[in-house]
Design a protein around this ligand. Structure first.
Ligand code: ZN
Length: 401
């Protein structure tokens, strides 16, 4: 039995002893959860079992190894929920069915959300090769924030980790409404929290593979949506699951005018979440002239994640423009916030992979870091963003109050 498997067996034994439960979707069991928090405090739960923070090294905190962002043609209502244009003509259907090739990349770039092939990443050999680019650039840990509804596959993720030699931390929870089953609507906050806690404490289903972080949790609609909406319910569930497990929360959101941002944090706080355990993801170039709003959030203790580096950038759209994002990060570093910033690439489509002409999993290390250094970031700043902040956030940290 290798060291990792030994540690995994040990944590099962620790949890099993306290609860008499041997895993697989068990619901609330305060004894088992307390044992998990005590045994795991300060450690990081990867898909191959617990590791020490010193083993984390250079980390990408927001990526997807395998993912399916497509939508079925027989469910037009789900297209409406996701604000995608349903392919209702022969021409649009042809676009939807086109396979990604080098000679049609330009078309795909213009129609990313209405082409099926580009939205599905499933080939083990290709994913392993992509992960290796990150490893060869010095990377050691990758956080796969793929959640339920997007094709999260614990066993295949664990295989990539074992074969690539990278640590992988896996997410928990459900993605946006278009990717949630209708029954989700009838679920209570506690039943959603129970499911997240179960994935972290016992592992997903019968796989024995544990989640180590909560999210990415969609929090885009919390200002306009009613209190009993699924997004608000899930945000509350994430906070409760964080308290019950000590795992950090990672959020999918768009900064908007900033008001949404604060409402989201208010809800988490109402539920007793520790905001220093919250990662606000997808901070993008459209915050360029709203750095004061980002600072207001930073002052509340959250970590801001610039995770869209290398995403294909449409002309004239600052949102995912590397230069805008790079300048915001530089400004925040200059203001002394490097211990609350994270960098990643959100690789979630074929065209973000190197095999299909994308920037790949090593773009942050190969391009963004040199840019930030040239703009004045110190070794300590870089180390904070790539190593220390991820290690701190990924370590299971039971809430004090
Ligand atoms: Zn996201």
């Amino acid at each position: 039995m290798n060291a990792r498997l030994f540690r995994l067996a040990w944590i099962f034994a620790a949890v099993g002893l306290a609860s008499g439960v041997s895993g697989g979707g068990a619901l609330a069991d305060e004894g088992a959860e307390a044992a998990f928090r005590a045994e795991m405090a300060g450690k990081i739960m990867t898909v191959q079992g617990p590791i020490a923070p010193e083993e984390v090294g250079i980390t990408l905190p927001h990526e997807h190894l395998f993912i399916d962002l497509s939508l079925p043609l027989d469910a037009p209502e789900r297209w409406a929920l996701s604000h995608r244009e349903y392919p209702d003509t022969e021409e649009k259907l042809a676009l939807w069915r086109m396979k990604v090739r080098l000679d049609n990349l330009a078309d795909i770039y213009r129609h990313i959300w209405v082409n099926e092939d580009v939205l599905i990443v499933e080939n083990m050999k290709e994913v392993l090769r992509e992960a290796t680019y990150f490893k060869n650039a010095g990377g050691r840990t990758l956080v796969d924030v793929t959640t339920n509804g997007l094709g999260r596959d614990p066993e295949r993720i664990a295989r990539v980790s074992a074969e690539s030699g990278l640590n992988v931390v896996m997410g928990a929870g459900w993605y946006r409404d278009a990717w949630r089953p209708e029954e989700f609507n009838a679920r209570s906050v506690n039943s959603i929290a129970d499911e997240i806690v179960s994935d972290i404490v016992y592992g997903v289903g019968e796989t024995g593979v544990h989640s180590g972080i909560i999210g990415e949790i969609p929090a885009m609609t919390v200002v306009t949506a009613p209190e009993d909406s699924d997004d608000v319910k899930q945000l509350r569930a994430a906070a409760r699951a964080s308290r019950r497990t000590g795992a950090a929360i990672t959020l999918h959101q768009w900064v908007g005018d900033g008001s949404q941002f604060m409402k989201m944090l208010d809800i988490l706080e109402e539920e007793g979440a520790d905001l220093s355990r919250v990662i606000v993801g997808h901070i993008a170039g459209d915050a360029y002239d709203k750095v004061f709003l980002l600072e207001a959030a930073l002052k509340r203790g959250v970590t801001l994640e610039f995770d869209l580096f290398g995403v294909p950038s449409p002309l004239g759209n600052p949102t995912v423009d590397n230069r805008y994002m790079g300048e915001i990060v530089s400004k925040l570093i200059e203001k002394g916030y490097s211990s609350q910033l994270l960098l990643s690439q959100d690789v979630c489509t074929k065209i973000q992979q190197r095999a299909y002409g994308g920037k790949g999993f090593d773009f942050v290390l190969a391009d963004v870091v040199p840019y930030l250094r040239a703009a004045g970031a110190t070794d300590e700043d870089i180390d904070n963003m790539l190593v220390r902040n991820p290690a701190r956030l990924l370590a299971i940290t039971p809430t004090q109050n």
